[in-house]
Design a binder for this molecule. Sequence first.
Ligand code: ZN
Length: 424
Amino acid sequence: MHDHRRLGRELNLFDTDPLIGAGLPYWLPDGAAVRHTLEEYIRCEERRAGYRHVYSPVLGKRELYELSGHWDHYRDDMFPPMDLGGEQVVLRPSLCPHHALIHRSRPHSHRDLPVRMAEPGGMYRSELSGVLGGLTRVRAIHLNDAHIFCTLDQVVGEVRDALGMIGRAYRAMGITPTRYRLSLPGPGGKYVAAPGKWERATALLTEALDEAGLPREVAEGEAAFYGPKIDVQVTDAAGRESTLSTVQVDLHQPERFDLRHIGADGAKHRTVMVHRSVIGSVERAVAHLVEHHGGALPAWLAPLQVAILPVTAAELPVAEALARRCLDADLRAEIIGPERGSLGARVRRVRLVPYQAIIGPGEAADDRVAPRLRDGRRLPAMPAGELLARIGALVGAHSPGLWDGGNGGNGVGKVTEGATGVSG
Ligand SMILES: [Zn+2]
């Protein structure tokens, strides 16, 4: 069973320091490469789907959260306010209020809608130190967040499209949702009281799930304080379920922020907010991916994609030229030279790296490499350019597969002593 905290340290992805504090992990270069790649994938998907990106500050005045409702319904999870020159500022518990203000800052006609606003941004939760660990419970959360401002008629289509984007992302990441949870309010005062709005928003989410052909399970007491949501649930190796992605319909904050647009009839109409996150927080997503794949991430996400293994020092110049070509092809590569042990030992050391390019004297002589795949497969020697083109195509397509596409081929630990020789 894989624990992302152990794997994360072993693979040099992230770590913590008591001086920075519990629940405040930092990302090491290899982890940062994974996170950046994931964020860039989402950014491209969003651009293609008509989203525009913004940046907003991680702080806001206390009054902002009083207006949004966070102060009343979510204060226990927020950091205490900071006094600053007679006013109080708060680390934001979510991005929605900032996005609502950005949207409100310009007038909108029904012809502009839907406005899809995205931001990979930080938000903060005052988790108790007792429950913190690794990347799953953190105090600084980086969410791939977005808010869609639209008309009531557009909600179902937008929710359905967001679910489609989530499904594509899961396929690319090589993971499967356990279930789609329709999260409704439960007893207790943490939810805004507006029965009509809850019913209407729930009906819209249900319709979107039906249109997308996705089964749902209802859970009471799991809604956001301002509205119901679809939670895309994943399960870790220990059988624990958690939420990665969410899609929410919000009829509450648009009213609090008085979001309106001019309709076709020339009158002012209330705008609806759809909140959605494709992979949830990068912290939780990376924790889940690392555990699910046992550290053997899909090639497009792997911190190191190509390990270049010259058999002897004589092949080093050829290895260096190949490393340069990888860099030019936007592939993350590193030479693991003979000073780091026998070829067998080096192959074992890079057992999580999807592609291993072995260069012996025969290969060096005619610009070929002998590729090995992480799952132990050895391919016939081929021109270096052909290997890079093949890897580049798989990585560029965000394929979860190692060589043949599809879902297979991410196995680990099948590299045996007897299979470490140079082929070809
Ligand atoms: Zn939101």
